[in-house]
Ligand binder design. Sequence first.
Ligand code: 9MG
Length: 287
Amino acid sequence: MVTAQGLRCGARRLDLSAPRVMGILNITPDSFSDGGSLFAGAGPRLDRVLRRAEAMLAGGAAVLDVGGESTRPGAAPVSEQEEIDRVAPVVAAIAARLDIVISVDTSNAQLMREAAALGAGLINDVRSLRREGALEAARDSGLAVCLMHMQGEPGTMQQTPFYTDVTVEVSDYLLARAAVCERAGIARDRLVIDPGFGFGKTLAHNLALFRGLRELAALGLPVLVGVSRKSMIGQVTGRPVHRRLAGGLALATLAADAGVSIVRTHDVAACCDALKMVAAVNEGATR
Ligand code: 9MG
C-alpha cells in the first residue's frame, strides 16, 4: 500500500490519495514535443516559463517537472554547468511565486543540491541516482526521488532493447534501486518508481509494461508514468507529436485505473479532467 501520509518532498507532503498530475517544463532548445519555446539563447525565457507554470497550476497540476537536458536519442549533450544555468533560475522563480511541488529532471548531483536549496521538492532522475555523487546528493537533500528504469543510455537505448520478461526485469531493477536508496538513508516515504516508457523499449515492450502496471503498483511504492506525446502513441495511432493528446489521455486513464499515483504530461488540464473521471467512477465503486 502506498504511504497514507503521502510523498515526503522536503518540507512538503504530496498527497497521493488520488492520482496527481505532473506538468512538464522543458528548458531546452531541442525538446521533441514543445520545440524549445521556453528557451532562448543560453537560458530560460522566465516570463514564458512562469506563464506556462501558472497555467499548469490553474489546470490542476500538483507537480511541475523542470528539465534542462533532453533525453531524446540524438539530442545535443549539455555540460553540468549549462544544465544548472538552465534549471536553477526556473526553480527559484517558481518557488518564489507558486505554491506547488517543483521536480527537477536531472542526473546531475550538483544541480540536485542547488535545486534543493532553491525550493525544489522532488528529484526526477532517469538514471535512478547511478551517476557519481547523485545518491549522496539526493539523500542529503531530503527531497523525494523518482527512480526510473532505462535500459542503456539515451543516445543508444533504442538500438537493440532486449528483455526476457520486461515487467519482471523492470520491477526487479526498480526494487533493487529502491533498496540501494533505503540503505543509503533515503526513506521509503521519499521514493517513487517509474517503468520509463520509451527508455530502451520497443513498442511491444512498452505495451507489455503497460499491461503490467497493476503489478508494479502492487510493489508498495507510488508509481509515476510518463507517456505524454511519446512515440509509442505515434506508432499505434500514426499521429505526429502534436496530435497525440487522445492517445495520451487513453493511457493516462488506464494508468490511473491500474493504481498509478502520478502522471507526467504536457497537457495538464486535459489529463486532470481524465483522472477526475477515473477517480469519480472508482470512488463510486467503493461506496
Ligand atoms: C524526463 N523524462 C522523460 N520521460 C520521462 C518519463 O517517462 N518518466 C520520468 N520520470 N521522467 C521522464
